[in-house]
Ligand binder design. Structure first.
Ligand code: F6R
Length: 241
């Protein structure tokens, strides 16, 4: 794992966007694995700037997102589809039909999981996967558990994850209790993983991810086995290393 230490969130965002922009430039048909949450927002803003001011071209890019809340459709303002449209897709020249987010409202959730993995397989995996990390070490919504799950699956959200995400809803009761998430196999199908972490709240998870034992209790610890992981983290997130 390569660790890039940055001073603050702004620098993190610029570094991450630069790596993504270089992948897009070198391969205009690249498949980007994307994440939601607060952490990648700055990188997405920088990608939008690079598109507007420097002509970064998304017209042949495809994207595959990590996860979606179960029960929210794409028009719900807290759904991850809505988030991706607002934060990135609506502002660049990407073809929206080439952007994929798991469906949170499929009548057959198991079939939706299988289809999502087939989609990733059709792409032969992603060229890069952007990841944030939960304070409990989750990646995507692969929550601490007693085993790793390879496939896209339905997951019960951990209570601390619901509490952390309650900031986006008017009350914790509104935060969905389940999500559909890419499994570890989908994440590991990526050529390169870009793990982003900012703030003291991520320090323990980052320490456990980088230095701890590989355990499903800290899902991100499995990244120790991926051959090409770049961790971009600020001083706060690296403060326990
Ligand atoms: C989002 C996702 C989650 C977040 C994580 C950190 O698609 O998969 O794993 O990356 O919960 O969230 P933030 O960035 O809001 O701290």
């Amino acid at each position: 794992m390569q660790i890039i230490r940055v001073k603050n969130y702004e620098e993190l965002s610029k570094k991450a966007a630069k790596i993504l922009a270089s992948i897009i430039t070198l391969n205009p048909e690249a498949v980007l694995g994307l994440a939601t949450g607060s952490t990648p927002v700055g990188a997405y803003q920088e990608l939008i700037r690079l598109h507007r001011e420097e002509g970064l071209d998304f017209s042949s890019i495809s994207t595959v997102n990590l996860d979606e809340y179960l029960g929210l459709d794409g028009s719900h303002d807290q759904s991850y589809r809505y988030f991706m449209n607002q934060q990135l897709f609506d502002h660049v020249n990407i073809h929206i039909e080439q952007t994929f987010v798991p469906s949170g409202v499929s009548s057959d959730s198991q079939a939706a999981c299988t289809e999502y993995d087939a989609r990733i397989e059709d792409f032969c995996g992603t060229d890069v996967q952007v990841l944030g990390i939960g304070g409990n070490g989750h990646i995507g919504f692969n929550e601490p558990a007693d085993h790793f799950i390879r496939e896209t699956h339905i997951v019960d959200l951990a209570e601390d994850t619901r509490e952390a995400n309650a900031r986006f809803f008017s009350s914790i009761e509104e935060v969905p209790t389940q999500a559909i998430t890419m499994g570890m196999g989908g994440i590991f199908s990526s050529q390169k993983i870009l793990l982003l972490a900012s703030g003291k709240g991520k320090a323990q998870a980052i320490k456990d991810t980088v230095l701890g034992p590989i355990t499903p209790q800290v899902p991100a610890s499995l990244l120790q086995l991926h051959p090409d992981v770049i961790l971009i983290a600020d001083e706060d997130a690296l403060s326990l290393l």
